[in-house]
Design a protein around this ligand. Structure first.
Ligand SMILES: [Zn+2]
Length: 643
């Protein structure tokens, strides 16, 4: 099986970009307040109280993975058996099962990784089953098709070789000065998802995260050398007495999408409880300077914050472990990995903890809609810093970064959030597009949405998304439905679906029709960019004799100049853009110098076109906007084709 080097390069570039992104952030994060240990000060939005989520699917009706695995630390291999009690939860007959063999993405490395499967039989070992391989896949033909609700149990043996190439997530590194760590994910055959598109059989790509799996129950026994410390997805149920310097541990995790480990003889371990759940942090001596007590504190704060915001953390244990990799951090159910030595580990921990809510509990197809969990989760780690330190730097800098990268000179094809990994690969688009769209533009656009619809609607919708889709697979449309439950945001969708952000130009600011009771300020705005759709621009008005600028928000929904008027008691003198209010500004407005208001009081040439707020149901905008937007998109596309 050949590994496409181009994808590896993309993967490395993504990792590099991730590092660069965090360098960018950290430069502006040096004045954060010191850590506070008191985490039980209700960090959530006031009045918000975490809910218990429902297990909509009883764990008794789920597929079970029962595995016995032995780690051989001399050959860096795992040998294992898997008994799969498969339940057909689809509404069609299933005659064949597909499993991802992700480690086979690394068969051509200097130290190759691979996953071999053999002896596929019925669970009672009485009957051999037909099976085959291809493109990181195993397929098994069932003796007869299963009707919906029927189950079938099978047995297989597998061997997994672990590469030492840390551009793969499944890896080991044995460095005399740093330590030995095994980072184990997707080391076993993992069932592919059957959905409305059929079987999802994409291999491990090197753009984005490739994982997409259904909820299942895991019962995992792992044997390791007795001096190794094991961080696992699930809770530790027990351990057997040491035999030949080996110990077998017994773990369990219900309602999980995966079961991962981080294993090292060198780990320093800290343990605490969060709402009666054991929480553990595992780190190498090189990380002790930063991590001692602090990493646990960040972890507990994050668990507390997101539980209050969205609903309770539902699993029975949680662990954070340092590993060697390219990624900064990686999320798995019940465990997250942070790259050892990673300077921005606070961002990393907050981010990966948030993935427990969005990815682990509310699942999504990371190939089709990778921006969905990453966009929300990046927003969560920005919010962590807002909530904990009142630090808004992530918002300000990333809004600017998004404005820059949505500029046609940086991404001529446009930076579209709502795009699949397959689209990126099939159209030979650089992987950095995915990174920018999912990790920067998506949370920036979510922040813009929050400024438009308010905190209550915004966080209620995310809470609803979590409680409604827990332990299921959710889509972007499901998220939009959750927002629409509280407030119509269909008019906002171009921000996710279009490549460029609106460029707004302030054409004129004039005093007109001055009345006896005050001054009438007339602003004329238009959109000039390739994408034209609803945007609301914050302006600061300097008013004569007043020490405070007045903030006004102005909708600008059109590429034709639109005039809006405001009444002031005192004379307005200058107009400038407010860059601190969460607006996803276009670059031309950002670079605008304060605009002096011209006194044009004798003019009577006022155009009476009141621009309208698309969120107001009393206006006709909502009715006409789809037509206008379609027309404008068409015009914009034609324009682009001409270029
Ligand atoms: Zn993430």
């Amino acid at each position: 099986m050949k590994v496409n080097r181009r994808y590896i390069a993309s993967g490395l570039m993504i990792g590099f970009l991730l590092l660069v992104a965090h360098v960018y952030v950290s430069l502006h994060s040096t004045d954060l307040k010191p850590y506070e240990r008191d985490i039980h000060t209700s960090p959530g939005v006031s009045g918000r109280d975490g809910q218990n989520i429902e297990y909509k699917v009883s764990s008794e009706s789920l597929t079970n993975y029962s595995m016995d695995i032995v780690l051989d630390s001399s050959s860096h291999t795992l040998s294992g058996t898997l008994i799969l009690d498969y339940v057909n939860t689809e509404d069609i007959d299933i005659g064949e099962l597909f499993f991802h063999l992700y480690p086979n993405a690394s068969v051509n490395e200097d130290v190759p990784g691979y996953l071999l499967v053999d002896n596929v039989k019925t669970k009672d070992l009485g009957q051999d089953l037909d099976f085959g391989f291809g493109n990181q896949l195993l397929n098994i033909t069932l003796p007869q098709a299963l009707l919906p609700g029927e189950s079938f149990s099978l047995y297989m043996e597998f061997e997994t070789a672990i590469t030492n190439n840390d551009s793969f997530r499944l890896n080991f590194k044995d460095d005399p000065s740093l330590g030995l760590v095994y980072a184990l994910c997707n080391y076993y055959p993992i069932l592919a998802v059957y959905d409305e598109q059929g079987w999802n059989l994409e291999p491990q790509y090197f753009v984005g995260d490739p994982y997409y799996s259904d909820i299942a129950n895991y019962y995992v026994n792992l044997t390791v050398p007795s001096d190794f410390k094991v961080a696992a997805s699930g809770e530790l149920l027990g351990e057997d007495p040491e035999v030949n310097n080996q110990i077998e541990y017994e773990f369990r995790m219900l309602n999980a999408r995966d079961f991962s480990f981080a294993i090292s003889p060198d780990y320093i371990v800290e343990q605490e409880t969060f709402r009666s759940i054991p929480v553990s942090v595992y780190y190498l001596p090189r990380d002790a300077g930063n991590w001692t007590l602090t990493a646990m504190d960040i972890t507990l704060y994050s668990l507390d914050l997101f539980s209050d915001l969205y609903g309770e953390y539902p699993y029975t244990s949680f662990s954070v472990a340092t590993t060697f990799g390219f990624y900064g951090g990686m999320d798995w159910p019940g465990i997250v990995w942070i790259q050892s030595g990673y300077r921005w580990f606070e961002t990393g921990i907050a981010h990966e903890v948030a993935h427990q809510w969005f990815y682990a509990v509310v699942g999504n197809d990371q190939i089709d809609e990778g921006f969905l969990d990453e966009g929300i989760v990046c927003y969560c780690h920005w919010y962590y810093f807002e909530n904990r330190y009142n630090y808004m730097g992530f918002f300000e800098e990333h809004l600017y970064r998004t404005a820059e990268t949505s500029n046609e000179t940086r991404y001529p094809a446009g930076l579209v959030i709502n795009r699949s990994i397959n689209y990126i690969l099939e159209n030979d688009i650089d992987g950095s597009h995915y990174w920018e769209a999912a990790y920067h533009k998506a949370p920036s656009v979510l922040h813009l949405l929050r400024t438009y619809i308010g905190d209550a609607n915004f966080f209620d919708a995310l809470e609803r998304f979590y409680t409604q889709y827990s332990f299921q697979i959710a889509t972007f449309n499901d998220l939009i439905d959750c927002f629409n439950y509280y407030i119509d945001i269909n008019w906002f969708l171009p921000w996710f679906n279009e490549g460029f952000i609106p460029e707004v130009e302030l054409v004129a600011a004039q005093l007109e029709n001055t009345t006896l009771s005050g001054y009438n300020l007339s602003l004329t705005l238009k959109q000039t960019g390739l994408s034209v759709y609803p945007t609301k621009v914050p302006f600061l008005i300097d008013v004569e004799g007043s020490s405070m600028d007045e903030l006004i928000w102005v909708w600008c929904n059109s590429s034709t100049p639109t005039n809006i008027q405001f009444q002031f008691d005192k004379k307005p003198t200058t107009v400038e853009i407010d860059t601190t209010s969460g607006y996803l500004y276009s670059l031309n407005l950002l670079e605008m110098e304060p605009f002096t208001v011209q006194d044009n009081r004798n003019s009577h040439s006022i155009t009476d076109t009141t621009d309208t707020d698309p969120t107001s149901s009393s206006t006709s905008w909502v009715m006409v906007s789809p037509l206008i937007i379609s027309l404008l998109i068409l015009i914009a596309r034609n324009d682009r084709r001409k270029k």
